[in-house]
Design a protein around this ligand. Structure first.
Ligand SMILES: NC(=O)c1ccc[n+]([C@@H]2O[C@H](COP(=O)([O-])OP(=O)(O)OC[C@H]3O[C@@H](n4cnc5c(N)ncnc54)[C@H](OP(=O)(O)O)[C@@H]3O)[C@@H](O)[C@H]2O)c1
Length: 299
């Protein structure tokens, strides 16, 4: 397959590149796949003409993995038009192109399509109800994709991504923990962290699975995160514990930590579907956090 991966400079895009390169190096990649990684400089999803131009100038792809997104959750309230273009209208355009090329599309979405008011982990068919602009644009992208591509696409909803790349909660905590004696972190938002390398592995497993092989399959949504349930407060405490950082983590409520936007209270997601269909093994959040932090330490 000729595979296009967008968002090559982002956490997930870089994690996929790293895994693909490592597999090629050690000879694990026996698939005849050719990967093309592109960033904003090659394919700007904020511009309709840039998208048409890119696909007009390139050979057909068998699969597009869309890791690019407008991910500045707070800023999205003020930049709704841009967020909507990248997270919704560009996805719609990619879906049209994928249809024309008869290629498949794997699109990454978010737990923020939910309002977080459920007391049970969300399943893929639960009704979304985003409570901020970022979530609304991501949901609009999902819906546009599903309307245009009833077959040949996969949407993977993930949550709380972190990695050695870019900015994320783990890196922020490490920085703050080294500078301060105490910090306050919210303890009333629950979710599951996701190590981007684990998600990259899951995506590569899916595309090599025989259930993915045939064209014409109904478009599906799958949830993916690491296993386990945690608040941001517990997550911060575990980061400091692993790194042996002596910084007090005070639990506070979301009300005590005002941000420009509302964030969902509980976005735990049930992963039974992805496990059952693609036989994906999902690591516990603590073990993946240890893995990522060991890698960060080597840098
Ligand atoms: N991060 C999370 O906690 C989280 C949680 C749930 C779901 N997700 C979803 O998971 C996916 C991957 O997230 P991530 O953490 O890897 O995001 P990320 O690190 O913010 O990377 C996103 C990438 O998209 C690129 N991008 C932004 N605007 C673009 C544009 N106009 N044209 C082309 N590329 C553009 C960015 O390019 P530049 O680097 O040049 O800006 C960046 O490389 C996204 O769909 C996101 O919505 C993320």
């Amino acid at each position: 397959m000729r595979i296009l991966v967008t968002g090559k400079n982002g956490q997930l895009g870089r994690s996929i590149q790293k895994t693909v390169n490592a597999d090629t190096k050690i000879g694990n990649d026996q698939s005849p796949n050719e990967y093309i990684f592109v960033g904003k400089e090659d394919l700007d999803l904020s511009s309709k003409s840039s998208i048409s131009h890119y696909f007009g100038n390139n050979d057909k792809f068998d699969l597009i993995i869309n890791c690019a997104a407008y991910t500045a959750v707070d800023k999205a309230e003020k930049e709704q038009e841009l967020a909507n273009q990248v997270n919704h209208l560009a996805v719609k355009q990619l879906a049209k192109i994928a249809n024309n090329q008869q290629s498949r599309l794997i699109h990454i979405s978010t737990d923020y399509v939910f309002d977080g008011e459920s007391d049970k982990p969300y399943i893929e068919t639960d009704t979304p109800n985003p409570i901020n602009a970022y979530g609304r644009t991501k949901l609009a992208g999902e819906k546009a994709l599903q309307a245009l591509m009833p077959i040949n696409a996969i949407i993977i909803r993930t949550s709380w991504l972190y990695s050695k790349y870019g900015n994320n909660f783990v890196k922020t905590m490490l920085r703050l923990g080294k500078d301060r004696d105490e910090i306050s972190v919210v303890n009333d938002q629950m979710g599951s962290p996701t190590y981007a390398t684990d998600l990259a592995d899951a995506i590569l497993e899916i595309i090599s699975h025989n259930k993915f092989r045939d064209l014409g399959q109904t478009t599906q949504i799958y949830n993916y995160s690491n296993e386990g349930e945690v608040s941001w407060h517990e997550f911060a405490k575990e980061i400091f514990k692993i790194e042996k950082i002596e910084c007090e983590v005070n639990p506070i409520t979301s009300q005590q930590y005002p941000t420009p936007i509302k964030r969902p209270r509980n976005t735990l997601m049930n992963k039974d579907k992805i496990v059952k269909i693609f036989n994906i093994k999902i690591s516990n959040w603590k073990s993946s956090l240890n893995t990522c932090m060991a890698i960060l330490k080597q840098q």
